[in-house]
Design a protein around this ligand. Structure first.
Ligand SMILES: Cc1cc2nc3c(=O)[nH]c(=O)nc-3n(C[C@H](O)[C@H](O)[C@H](O)COP(=O)(O)OP(=O)(O)OC[C@H]3O[C@@H](n4cnc5c(N)ncnc54)[C@H](O)[C@@H]3O)c2cc1C
Length: 443
């Protein structure tokens, strides 16, 4: 197949639909809701927008057609996500968190589990069913894959006959409150199923229906940006779920978590492009229209023109890297972590730089609420920090992949795959197992 950057007519239609949806539904919300101070109130007010998103086909878009979804590829989702996040990033993050929670079922569920857990989301007439990926703990998330039985995830699932009994507290669980603060409709929960083993043997993922007794929603995080999406604490107290809700086998947690985070990584690239694009367009317009006591619009000053050109270069580079990561995800079932992590790390850090450089172009005015750039900076700052932060998780995984014995630097360019192994999850695992097996350079 030729190397192709031209969207198909169907993809163009989807992108245009997302663009008009964003203008019609998200634009009015964005400016109003920024004025609210209570994070719960912010989230509540987005409910009609989310329902409209469901009606437009976004919330079930990524679910396979066999289970009633639209079966969008990652690339389709990225085209839509850039348009949505260009206008507002919070409501699309609610959608992303929802998808992050369902990805483990899509990627690792049995046909029976997919039918049981995905179907209610595609047959939902109300359009406001929410799923939540409950992964982060009070003490962090970066070292979820630690080989040390004393470290890593401390939410435990104790086997009791045909049930698991789950106890633990999760933080920053997007959508974890549901719309009524009583809980999401479904949780995918990362747990330890063996207290005496490291993550390779003891980390697992269990699906918990939201109406299971013992789930309690705690405090809601009051974030500086991404104000329109909700990140509560969720407490699991003696929550009993059938063993049939375990995804894969006990000890499959690392590949399941990495698989879900590969999907969001590629799509966050699109959100970074959307945010950076808005900053660029604003700075460009400002530079063309304002003289700032000078005799010509500031775009004619070389420093300003070069800065704008640099932002544009980064946006274009990030878009094509995002598309590459998405195309790879769509065509390979395995070996996706390298390209997904590269896209997440690179695009997220460039997005922060693009917004900050746009602020330099606009000058001190950009530091006021009269301009959108301060909001864009608050929104952009989380891109490198969240979704498995670039420092604690993403770069660490890239390091793990580079260290793996079969690593080949031409894999992405040549569209081949290196199957994922638990040792690639990061250097924490490598230190305990494979490090001694890494061959030296060929002589
Ligand atoms: C808007 C938003 C939405 C979110 N949605 C969800 C969600 O839906 N579900 C969910 O579970 N979580 C969610 N989170 C949390 C998010 O995914 C976190 O990025 C993730 O849990 C990792 O947290 P952390 O990087 O702060 O790790 P921590 O473990 O708290 O680590 C803190 C810092 O320590 C350093 N560090 C720790 N260990 C290492 C190491 N081994 N190597 C190098 N540096 C290290 C790094 O600087 C790291 O950034 C969300 C957060 C936000 C802000």
């Amino acid at each position: 197949m030729a190397i192709e950057f031209t969207p198909t007519p169907e993809q163009v239609d989807l992108r245009d639909m997302a663009r008009s949806f964003a203008e019609r539904v998200l634009r009015p919300l964005a400016s109003d809701l920024e004025k609210l101070t209570d994070p719960w109130e912010c989230f509540q007010r987005t409910r009609p927008a989310f329902a409209e998103m469901a009606k437009a086909g976004f919330t079930a878009g990524f679910i396979p057609t066999e289970y009633g979804g639209a079966g969008f590829g990652c690339i389709e989702f990225a085209l839509a996500a850039e348009e949505l996040t260009r206008v507002e990033v919070g409501v699309p993050t609610t959608l992303l968190g929802h998808g992050l929670a369902l990805q483990p079922v899509i990627q690792f569920g049995t046909p029976e589990q997919k039918e049981r857990f995905l179907r209610p989301f595609t047959e939902d007439a109300t359009g406001d069913r929410l799923a939540c990926f409950a992964f982060t703990e009070a003490s962090g998330g970066a070292n979820f894959d630690s080989d040390d039985p004393e470290a890593g995830v401390v939410t435990y699932a104790q086997r009791d006959g045909d049930y698991y009994v789950i106890n633990g507290t999760k933080h920053f669980a997007t959508n974890g409150s549901g719309w009524d603060r009583k809980g999401a409709h479904l949780y995918t929960v990362t747990v330890r199923t063996d207290r005496n083993a490291g993550a390779k043997e003891g980390l697992s993922v269990i699906v918990v229906p939201g109406d299971t007794p013992g789930i309690r929603v705690g405090r809601i995080e009051d974030k500086v940006g991404h104000r329109l999406t909700v990140q509560p604490e969720v407490v699991f107290e003696n929550v009993r779920v059938p063993v049939a809700n375990l995804l894969g086998s006990e000890g499959d947690g690392i590949p399941i978590i990495v698989g879900a985070f590969n999907w969001t990584a590629a799509l966050i690239g699109a959100a970074c492009v959307g945010t950076a694009r808005t900053a660029f367009d604003y700075a460009l317009e400002f530079a063309k229209s304002g003289k700032r006591l000078g005799s010509v619009p500031i775009i004619y000053h070389q420093a300003v023109g070069y800065a704008l050109a640099d932002i544009k270069m980064r946006i274009e580079a990030c878009r094509y890297l995002t598309w590459r990561a998405c195309a790879y995800l769509d065509s390979h079932a395995d070996g996706r972590a390298e390209v997904a992590n590269i896209a997440k790390v690179y695009c997220s850090e460039q997005a922060v730089k693009c917004v900050y450089d746009a602020m330099q172009i606009v000058g001190v005015e950009s530091y006021t609420k009269d301009h959108p750039l301060e909001r864009l900076l608050r929104d952009a700052l989380v891109f490198p920090l969240y979704d498995g932060g670039n420092m604690g998780v993403r770069r660490r995984q890239l390091h793990g992949i580079l260290c793996s014995p079969g690593y080949d630097s031409g894999l992405i360019a040549e569209d081949r795959e290196l199957p994922f192994s638990k040792d690639m999850s990061g250097t924490l695992g490598l230190r305990h197992s494979a490090q001694n097996e890494i061959p030296g350079p060929a002589r």
